[in-house]
Each structure stands twice: as C-alpha cells, then as structure tokens.
Design a protein. Sequence first.
Length: 59
Amino acid sequence: MSKVSSFFSSIKKEMQKVKWPSKKEMIKYSVTTITFIIFFAFFFFGLDIVFAYLKSLVN
C-alpha cells in the first residue's frame, strides 16, 4: 500500500512543477490550431479538386 501512496504523492509533486498556460495563451494556441486546421482542410480540398480534374482529363 505504501508504494501506491508514494506513487500518488510523486504524481502530485510532478503536477505542481507543470507550467499551465494562462487563459490568454490558451486562446492564442486554440486560435492558431483552428486556423491551421482550416488552412490545411482547404489546401487538401484544393488538391483533391485538382487531382479529380486531372483524372477526368485522362479518362
């Protein structure tokens, strides 16, 4: 039982060392992530359209 207690104590100590992002940083990271997702969605959609067009030229 002492190993389990020691394990959870170690987890608590490690979690106190973590630097959690502020609300402002979290919003910035979220906006950046969503922007990249939208950008790549349009990018791959465009590639799909181009390849579909090229395929239609071959057939």
